[in-house]
Design a protein around this ligand. Sequence first.
Ligand code: IPE
Ligand code: IPE
Ligand code: MG
Length: 249
Amino acid sequence: MQSNLQGKTSPTPLHVGIIMDGNGRWGERRGLTRTEGHHAGVDAVRRVMMAAPGLNIDTLTMFAFSSDNWKRPKPEVDGMMKLIEHYMAMEAQPFADAGVRLTVIGRRDRLPRSTVAAIEKIEAITASGTMLNARLAIDYSGRHALLAAAARAFWNGPVTADSLSQALATGSGYRDIDLLIRTSGEQRLSDFLLWESAYAELWFTRTLWPDFTGEELADAVQAFRNRNRRFGGLPGVAPSAAPQLQVTT
Ligand code: IPE
Ligand code: IPE
Ligand code: MG
């Protein structure tokens, strides 16, 4: 597991997580449908992905559809799946040209087959990208990911922080979240990357996701750089011990 000891003086590349919230309200406030809000949200995804490498972000994980979002009305869910498919088809080549590698985390067994096909296609086309590791979380639940990883780690030997992190790793690897952003004024995790966010710095904005810009992402990164990350220790003091997380069964 990589160490996240980095602060305002270190230019270590960041893993930023974004809970892209507020599409529905954005649509409703304009007299549009919630689905039209989701469409507007796609432009913000593109803006943020293009701005990320210039802000020393090398990994970006964005929450697009939670496992609890299946509770929404079927027309909205269907519209979102179609939008995801359209997005994947439109963005594959531009991402490949820009060096963006796009992968998807979350369950695939409940997605429409056409959505899975679109995901597999964009993952293949963008596989060699090195400028940005962009990960979209679709049918993702942090609790489900933890349960599945715990079961896998258990069968492979002693369950430690490292073995669980390894079991949580996807095709795009494992990284703790450095900075977690949520738009739309809500201040909760909604089952996003629970383990990975253990020491994430949290940053909230009232901006609705479709209005989010690269400039606001830069503001969030700047705020992050001004924070003091202590990881339970004291600033400027070398740790006297390195406690290990491990359970015996
Ligand atoms: C975020 O926008 C996108 C998803 C959750 C899929 P919402 O659809 O949650 O929009 P609000 O929060 O209802 O405005
Ligand atoms: C979280 O947003 C999921 C995504 C952004 C994809 P929700 O809008 O679904 O979360 P709650 O219901 O407000 O907690
Ligand atoms: Mg919401």
